[in-house]
Design a protein around this ligand. Structure first.
Ligand code: FSX
Ligand code: SF4
Ligand code: F3S
Length: 367
């Protein structure tokens, strides 16, 4: 993206650099690397992208393109050559099909295939068809000429809600069907738009795929449990739990573990990166994490079910609270508030930069 293009599209140079700085921090790179990342985003030769939709709610595209600020969408749309995207393209029917086939042919072996949504495999795949082709056939055909595949959202990565028991359509993730291509999973329902952006920028900056964990997720974004950085963590450590929605314990910001929070087993960066450009995430607004980045938790374990914690991890961002401090000392509410304030002050990027996942430490300890 050139400076002119960015300004034309309503994104100032400052916002563009700010977005690159945030993406650089998520990748766990030093601050100074943002200039290299910005350079990569502005290169003239945009990689072609074919984006397929299958069984899903389109929330992944929505969260990516309708973020509060236009920065992320603009950077993505200006950095990539989005040749085919069913919900964004103007053309339809035979015209759209032609552009898909033309792009696959012209860019054979070079394009990035982005898949959104699960793929139904039962009854010869008849439960999802586009242009007369089943999702399985469309995926297999598009995957043949792809340099790499990004499965965006938990549906495309692992099957998502469609694959929850009894999985009537035999819904699966991309990795269950395509075995001979590099696949990067960006789970979340929907995923953080920054995790997709950072993955694309990593690829463009270093010309290689980021290091992945055993579930195919970039370690830089999914290398740690949200429980380690949660602002309610001091309450968890002090044994102060919300016991019902809307009661005093909930209103005072106590830990949501007893309401079913899956944070202690969920690998993601939402407690650090947060959403909607206003610093919120599910737990900060009072809802337990439902483990939306985890194939064995999302829609597999009841939302209200209490998680068994097998391998506890120590807190990382917020200081533990003193178990004995019940009386006139620091109140439970205050520890939560201090935690939130600390999180906002430190900033997501700074924390992630300091807390790079190290080597093998990820899913050996997966619970
Ligand atoms: Fe799935 Fe994407 Fe959940 Fe929806 O399209 S990951 S249902 S929020 O958004 O695929
Ligand atoms: Fe936060 Fe949930 Fe962990 Fe409690 S259980 S500290 S609410 S992530
Ligand atoms: Fe998903 Fe849990 Fe984050 S539900 S958005 S992984 S807090």
């Amino acid at each position: 993206m050139g400076k002119e293009a960015a300004l034309r599209d309503g994104v100032s140079r400052r916002d563009f650099i700010k977005t690159c700085v945030a993406a650089t921090a998520i990748m766990g790179l030093p601050y100074s690397m943002h200039t290299k990342v910005a350079e990569a985003a502005q290169r003239a030769n945009k990689p072609p992208v074919i984006w397929l939709h299958f069984q899903e709610c389109t929330g992944c595209s929505e969260s990516l393109l309708r973020s509060n600020h236009p920065d992320i969408a603009s950077v993505i749309l200006d950095t990539l050559s989005l040749d085919y995207h069913e919900t964004l393209m103007i053309g339809s029917g035979a015209q759209a099909e032609k552009s898909l086939h033309d792009s696959m042919h012209a860019n054979h072996g070079k394009y990035i295939l982005v898949v959104e949504g699960a793929i139904p495999t039962k009854d010869k795949g008849i439960y999802c068809k586009v242009g007369g082709m089943t999702a399985v056939d469309s995926l297999t055909k598009a995957a043949e000429g792809a340099a790499a595949i990004i499965a965006i959202g938990t549906c495309a990565a692992y099957g998502g809600i469609q694959s929850s028991p009894p999985n009537p359509t035999g819904a699966m993730g991309v990795r269950d069907i395509i075995k001979n291509k590099p696949i990067i999973n960006i789970p979340g329902c929907p995923p953080s738009p920054y995790n997709f952006l950072s993955t694309v920028l990593y690829y463009l900056t270093f010309n290689k795929l980021p290091e992945l964990d055993s579930l195919g997720r970039p370690k830089f974004a999914y290398g740690r449990k949200i429980h380690e950085h949660c602002e309610r963590r001091p309450h968890f450590d002090a044994g102060r739990f919300a016991v019902a929605y809307g009661d005093k314990t909930h209103a005072e910001g106590y830990c949501l573990y007893k309401l079913g929070c899956k944070g202690p087993a969920t690998y993601a960066n939402c407690s650090v990166q947060r959403f909607n450009d206003v610093g919120v995430w599910p737990v900060s607004v009072g809802h337990p994490c439902i483990g939306c980045t985890e194939p064995d938790i999302l829609f597999k374990k009841p939302i209200a079910e209490k998680l068994q914690i097998h391998l506890p991890t120590p807190p990382d961002t917020y200081a533990p609270a003193d178990l004995g401090q019940k009386g006139p000392g620091v109140s439970p509410l205050a520890t939560g508030v201090v935690g939130i304030a600390g999180g906002l002050a430190l900033g997501a990027g700074a924390m992630l930069t300091k807390k790079l996942p190290t080597g093998e430490e990820t899913h050996e300890k997966h619970e």
